[in-house]
Design a protein around this ligand. Structure first.
Ligand code: SF4
Ligand code: SF4
Length: 68
């Protein structure tokens, strides 16, 4: 899973580029990456200001999402 750092101006490049439509633009300009993300890394590559990064928890413990 990837995440968007603070300061996104909402250019829309990542939203358009995500192959699974996991990036949504909120009521403001900033975008958020949803649970549909398959960690392909495309959004990270297209963001012109480098605001998208891999979530640190991906490499360690993924149990934070359990227990709905
Ligand atoms: S890593 Fe890939 S699947 Fe995940 S939000 Fe970015 S473009 Fe979409
Ligand atoms: S590509 Fe980067 S700046 Fe543009 S909407 Fe996505 S996160 Fe924001």
């Amino acid at each position: 899973m990837y995440r968007v750092k603070d300061g996104c101006p909402g250019c829309g490049a990542c939203t358009a580029a995500c192959p699974v439509g996991a990036i949504a633009q909120g009521p403001g300009l900033a975008v958020t990456i949803g649970s549909d993300c398959v960690s392909c890394g495309v959004c990270k590559r297209v963001c012109p200001i480098g605001l998208i990064e891999k979530s640190p928890e991906e490499d360690s413990d993924e149990k934070t999402d359990s227990g709905l």
